[in-house]
Design a protein around this ligand. Structure first.
Ligand SMILES: Cc1cc2nc3c(=O)[nH]c(=O)nc-3n(C[C@H](O)[C@H](O)[C@H](O)COP(=O)(O)OP(=O)(O)OC[C@H]3O[C@@H](n4cnc5c(N)ncnc54)[C@H](O)[C@@H]3O)c2cc1C
Length: 473
């Protein structure tokens, strides 16, 4: 969609003034800059106006006006996305959901909660905790990300291995279409076999099909206290061996994460943390599993641990003795993303592979970087139990930002070719947004992309909702 004409921009602003309260929108420079970008920070923001509806009715009214005047709208949550999905760079209207953050009382019988889309993920966690329940979507940006953004990106996180993605934890959705019409989808039903599940269409659609305004979230009982371990492993094969050892046991895994020595170095530097091990290792594995009961369970855990430490590629291991130590071990993993950005300029990629392909993929990945970019620092980490790798290429100091951008665009093409060869996905968690849209065909067939376009045209014929994200029409 082209930028709004000066006439439609002026018409929009005068309609906003006339039809909403005085604090409904802002054109303050600082707010345009803040709300026009997300965590990628790669694309300069340039929105026309930031709007702050308080109700679904206001969202509907706003979208009707934008449809009429053909003004593009960017739905905006916590803007923690890493694919540029919430970026407004072409004079769009940013629709911030931040004032729509109400949470209903938890219903302990049905284990549900109705949340407005702008509620912060961590606020939902705290709200449920008092009832002994959790919404099990959890990751490092939960203090800023929102329920609407989590749903629009079908967010994953550290607990996917146990609980699955966001789509498993949303029963009902309220969505406002580009026309302003309001859809109520699936209520609070666990079972509903009455045709196509439209709710799932909006989950993971990155704001291009409709604006999510409310959701009925499904909750789970708080899991039993966990045991947290960190192991030092020699190679990726050893990491996978440890994973197999976990899978063969009947302990419930909450998380199975890994990172490399290079990640650890940056976290230590940035967060002033210490490694629990005296010797360095190539890889580290963080395991969080549900504490088995006392007696037989504890004995079994001991035997399991002993066997694990006996695996040939496992060099060392430690078990947190209390919650403080557990938190510190988790910080070594959860602090990576932030530490890479604070100590350098990472070019981030988040891909996923079938578990069976991980080892072959990583072997070829390493060979590729060794051959083509031997001096580059590659920081590898991720939710490896779900086949999810975060591949971070750090900008060498000798390269300018511009040159780095050009070079990493070429690297991405080779990287995604490798991902396709191993039947993986070029985006495991953060969506496609703007940053990966040129590579969509590496993970989706031409027929799938044609269907995407048909759906978009059916739901948003004027192409006003997040135009240019995921694919071009
Ligand atoms: C340190 C860090 C760690 C992270 N770890 C993970 C992780 O482990 N797993 C993971 O999945 N992600 C992770 N992320 C990415 C990000 O936090 C998630 O994608 C999150 O779900 C985005 O939520 P948000 O509210 O910030 O959405 P935003 O960034 O604001 O928006 C994301 C997309 O959703 C759309 N959108 C937002 N709200 C709505 C709405 N109400 N209706 C329709 N569309 C909407 C936007 O237009 C955009 O396309 C991480 C990010 C950071 C910075």
């Amino acid at each position: 969609m082209p930028n709004p004409t000066p006439v439609s921009a002026a018409a929009l602003l005068s309609r906003l003034k006339a039809e909403f309260g005085p604090d409904f929108f802002s054109q303050e420079t600082s707010e345009l800059l803040e709300y026009g970008k997300d965590w990628t920070k790669e694309i300069p923001p340039n929105p026309l106006v930031i709007t702050f509806p308080r109700t679904t009715g206001e969202v509907s009214q706003l979208l009707q006006i934008c449809s009429e005047l053909k003004c593009a709208v960017v739905p905006s949550g916590g803007r923690t996305g890493l694919a540029g999905g919430a970026v407004a760079a072409h004079q769009e209207v940013v629709l911030s959901l931040e004032r729509m953050n109400h949470l209903s009382a938890v219903d302990p019988l049905s284990r549900t909660l109705r949340a407005q889309a702008g509620a912060v993920t961590e606020a939902v966690h705290l709200h449920c905790q008092a009832q002994g329940l959790i919404w099990p979507v959890d990751f490092a940006s939960k203090g800023s990300s929102t329920i609407g953004g989590n749903i629009a990106t079908n967010a994953g996180g550290v607990n996917v291995i146990r609980y699955g993605l966001t789509r498993h934890w949303v029963l009902g959705l309220q969505v406002v279409l580009a026309s302003g019409k309001i859809l109520e989808l699936n209520g609070a039903l666990e079972k509903n076999n009455t045709g196509i599940d439209l709710r799932q269409l909006f989950i993971g659609s990155e704001g291009i099909l409709g604006v999510i305004t409310e959701a009925t979230l499904k909750l789970a009982p708080v899991s039993r206290p966990s045991e947290v371990f960190l192991f030092a492993a020699e190679s990726l094969e050893s990491v996978l061996q440890v994973f197999e050892h976990c899978r063969r046991s009947h302990f419930t895994l909450n998380a199975f994460e890994f990172f490399t020595q290079r990640c650890l170095e940056r976290v230590k530097k940035n967060l002033n943390l210490r490694s629990p091990f005296t010797e360095e290792s190539n890889f580290y594995v963080l395991i969080d599993l549900e504490k088995p009961g006392d007696g037989a369970g504890a004995t079994e855990l001991e035997a399991w641990l002993e066997a694990l430490l006996g695996l040939s590629g496992v060099k060392d291991g430690t078990m947190a003795q209390n919650s403080h130590e557990a938190r510190n071990l988790w910080m070594l993993r959860e602090g990576i993303s932030e530490s890479l950005s604070s100590t350098g300029t990472p070019h981030k990629n988040d891909v996923s592979l079938p578990i069976s392909q991980l080892s072959g993929f990583c072997f070829e990945l390493e060979a590729f970087f060794q051959a083509q970019y031997p001096d580059w620092e590659i920081c590898l980490f991720g939710h490896i139990g779900d086949g999810n790798l975060h591949i971070n290429v750090m900008k060498p100091e000798t390269l300018s930002r511009e040159d780095f951008k050009v070079r990493t665009a070429l690297v991405d093409r080779d990287l995604f070719t490798l991902v396709r060869k191993h039947q993986g996905s070029i985006s495991a968690e953060h969506g496609i947004g703007l940053l990966k849209k040129n590579f969509l065909s590496f993970s989706r067939s031409p027929l799938e992309i044609e269907l995407f376009r048909s759906l978009k045209k059916a739901l948003d014929p004027g192409n006003i909702l997040n135009p240019g994200k995921i694919f071009d029409l």
